[in-house]
Design a protein around this ligand. Structure first.
Ligand SMILES: *Cc1c(COP(=O)(O)O)cnc(C)c1O
Length: 381
């Protein structure tokens, strides 16, 4: 008998999504604009607070692309990017003909290391170069070192593009992720904490910037009765149908974050007595993580040789999905020729790390199956 597959992160509908979609059909707003788009944007603005402005876009990747454009990145510029991330953080640098400069992680949050960041910018400055922007990521929903990174960015006067694609619902010292950068980016892809099936958003500090993002996202149409264009345009706006899903998902965002955090507690309990396996956890005092994906580091020297691949294959045999951490960008064939500053932190995390099933819709039965794999593998009874 084939057991049903347990996924790392599945979409989890709340219930009112279809009501908003029905409204879109009833009013014939089947377009990349309409009441759900503006409604979803207000929902997000009310949720993240801090007097921010939100423009809904077709993806998080589109938001990063437009974010870099708003920060003035042009062909030939250099843009700093956290190496340990999903490729969507870095690809838009190449769309613009700019050059990525990759930076290592630190061990506390697995994100951009402020020390290496400072050293890298100092070194570039010595060579007469100044990066145009810094892309900092909240990996797996864990906020990066907000204050330390801001200090370095301000010291050299370089803006931050905050990739909060994985951190919708996370916060630091009570402020929501997505509001810390000069530009923020959210994603609502199917595997994220809430979803519009595909979608994203850009977060700005002024309405002028928000309107500029919408201008670029809707083909950069000048104010004229005919179609008139003086800048490059993109087709990046979110559809009113997808935004309807988003409005329904906003009603359950808080509960989705709580459920992911409960999955993290489940793993805390599961691994607490297993020598050589460490669950990635941040101190709850300042950091409030959505734990989008719960992840572990496995040290085969302490587990009698059981490594991350042994665990992954044991899960796979039971039709349970798990996945190695993001492979750092400076080790990717497409990016390996670009500059990299750092040591082996991201590389070691990649070697030892595994992302576990973390979805908010996992059942007690799913958890039991996960637990059995671990108990069998580590001979616990
Ligand atoms: C998912 C993701 C993105 C891209 O978002 P899409 O909506 O899928 O385009 C960007 N950065 C990170 C870190 C992500 O995880």
């Amino acid at each position: 008998m084939n057991k049903p597959k347990i996924f790392i992160s599945s979409p989890h509908m709340g219930g009112s999504e279809q009501k908003f979609i029905q409204e879109a059909f009833d009013t014939n707003w089947i377009a990349p604009l309409g009441p759900n788009v503006s409604g979803f944007e207000s929902d997000l603005e009310n949720y993240i607070q801090e007097k921010k402005f939100v423009a809904a876009l077709s993806s998080g990747t589109a938001a990063i692309h437009l974010g870099l454009i708003l920060l003035g990145v042009k062909a030939g510029d250099e843009v700093i990017c956290q190496s340990m991330t999903f490729s969507a953080s870095a690809n838009p640098i190449l769309y613009l003909g700019a050059t990525p400069v990759f930076i290592d992680s630190e061990l506390e949050t697995w994100n951009l290391c402020p020390k290496v960041l400072d050293e890298a910018i100092f070194d570039m400055q010595e060579k007469g170069r100044k990066p145009k922007a810094i892309i900092a990521v909240h990996l797996y929903g864990i906020p990066y070192q907000i204050e330390a990174i801001r200090l370095v960015a301000d010291k050299y006067n370089i803006p931050i593009l905050e990739d909060s694609a994985e951190a919708v619902g996370s916060s630091y010292k009570g402020k929501k992720c997505g509001t810390f950068g000069d530009i923020g980016v959210l994603s609502f892809n199917g595997n994220k904490i809430i979803t519009t099936s595909g979608g994203g958003a850009i977060v700005t500090s002024t309405n002028v910037l928000k309107q500029k993002a919408i201008f670029f996202a809707t083909q950069s149409r000048d104010d004229a009765p005919h179609y008139q264009h003086s800048e490059i345009g993109y087709n990046y706006r979110l559809s009113n149908v997808s935004a309807g899903i988003g409005r329904g998902q906003m009603e359950v965002l808080e509960s989705r974050v709580n459920l992911r955090r409960e999955m993290h507690h489940f793993y805390e309990d599961l691994f607490k007595d297993i020598n050589g396996v460490t669950l990635f956890t941040v101190d709850d005092k300042d950091y409030y993580a959505n734990y989008w994906l719960s992840s572990i580091l496995i040290d085969p020297k302490l587990t009698n040789g059981i490594d991350r691949e042994t665990v992954r294959l044991a899960f796979e045999a039971e039709n349970i999905e798990s996945r190695p951490l993001w492979k750092p960008m400076h080790l990717q064939p497409i990016f390996e020729k670009y500059p990299y500053y750092g040591n082996q932190v991201a590389e070691t995390l990649f070697e030892k790390g595994l992302c576990l099933p973390s979805g908010s819709s996992l059942s007690d039965e799913d958890r039991l199956r996960i637990k059995n794999v671990i108990y069998n593998l580590f001979a616990i009874n």
